[in-house]
Design a protein around this ligand. Structure first.
Ligand code: FES
Ligand SMILES: [Fe+2]
Length: 342
């Protein structure tokens, strides 16, 4: 089951830099083709020709129209068939068009009722092309149901075990030793915590207090902010959010999107970034991206292995609930409620 009335991340803006380039992908079992018309305006349509179901992403953009390059049917910007070779009057058939928006360097497609497509549902992410930040990005796929990926992101205690030699030392914190404060929002779950006396990633002998906060937003958008302060800052702040006038030593940001392809395959678009006082952080961001890519390969391995066991397991067999399951279970309940409502 998938949530339909939602903006899903199709991919990165940079993947569709050129006008008239067609990119076909599958989102919640629906083939979708996205392109820019000759004026650069984004368009999104069902990637399935009504004739013999060839993908229109193998087609050609002709002004505001798209033509199937199997037997030549053409469709206008409303998805209506406007031309068929050897036929005087095109048949009354059409392809489905989807609302599509570019924001924070991602391309978002609304997969539900177009009348309900509200841009306000798109969360504010960091944007990978912002010149004031150093960011790197990538996309991978998991052979797993999207909810196993949501579970993974809503419980970061796994960092200490799955990422024992990668992300754990790179963050300098012990994620399985401090439960976050978990706050449900109307279409998201928010997580906040301080790590006291964490290690400075560049020098383990330097102790810092790390403020770490992230939101996991429907239908699977993860936006994280982390900031390192001198040790003692958490106590000074009474373990609440640091005020804007306390300057962090440096900040890290993460932007990730979980886009279900099918019930057994999930796309994962992730970016990592640093905000340093120094302008040139090329070396640092390359090193961080290297760690992050290894980290998500580790996630892929454990999640895909877990999925295989889930396939073998009768759903009536109970799973042991742990305190760290609070975030994943709030997110699962929220998604279930929204899917039931629609
Ligand atoms: S499959 Fe598209 S025109 Fe035949
Ligand atoms: Fe992970």
């Amino acid at each position: 089951m998938f949530l339909k009335n939602s903006w899903y991340v199709f991919g990165w803006s940079d993947e569709l830099k050129e006008n008239e380039k067609l990119v076909g992908r599958v989102i919640i079992e629906m083939p979708v083709v996205v392109w820019r018309n000759p004026q650069g305006r984004l368009m999104a349509a069902e990637d399935r020709c009504p004739h013999r179901h060839a993908p229109l992403s193998f087609g050609r953009v002709e002004g505001d129209n798209i033509r199937c390059m199997y037997h030549g049917m053409a469709f206008n910007k409303n998805g209506e068939c406007v031309d068929v070779p050897m036929v005087d009057k095109p048949p009354k058939c059409s392809i489905r068009m989807f609302p599509v928006i570019e924001k924070n360097d991602w391309i978002w497609v609304w997969m539900g009722d177009p009348k309900l497509a509200d841009e306000a549902f798109i969360p504010d992410a960091w944007g990978v092309n912002d010149p004031n930040k150093a960011m790197r990005y990538n996309s991978i796929e998991y052979d797993a149901h999207y909810q196993l990926v949501h579970d993974n992101l809503c419980d970061l205690s796994h960092v200490d075990f799955v990422h024992e030699k990668t992300l754990r030392p790179a963050t300098g914190a012990y994620w399985a030793e401090t439960l976050p404060v978990v706050a449900p929002q109307s279409r998201a779950v928010r997580f906040e915590r301080w790590f006291e006396n964490a290690q400075m990633p560049s020098d383990a002998s330097v102790k810092v207090d790390t403020w770490s906060t992230y939101e996991f937003v429907v239908p699977g958008i993860f936006i994280l902010y982390g900031a390192r302060f001198p040790a003692g800052t958490a106590k000074k702040c009474d373990y609440k959010a640091p005020s804007k006038d306390i300057k962090p030593i440096f900040e890290n940001i993460e932007q990730q999107a979980v886009t279900p392809i099918s019930a057994t395959k999930t796309a994962y678009h992730y970016a990592t970034g640093l905000i340093f006082p120094a302008k040139d952080v090329t070396k640092e961001i390359e090193a961080r991206m290297d760690v992050v890519m290894k980290t998500f390969e580790e996630d892929r391995q454990i999640i895909e292995a877990q999925q295989k066991i889930w396939h073998l397991t009768d759903p009536s067999i109970k799973k042991q609930f742990l305190p760290q399951d609070q975030g994943p279970s709030i997110m699962r309940r929220l998604m279930d409620r929204l899917m039931k409502e629609e």
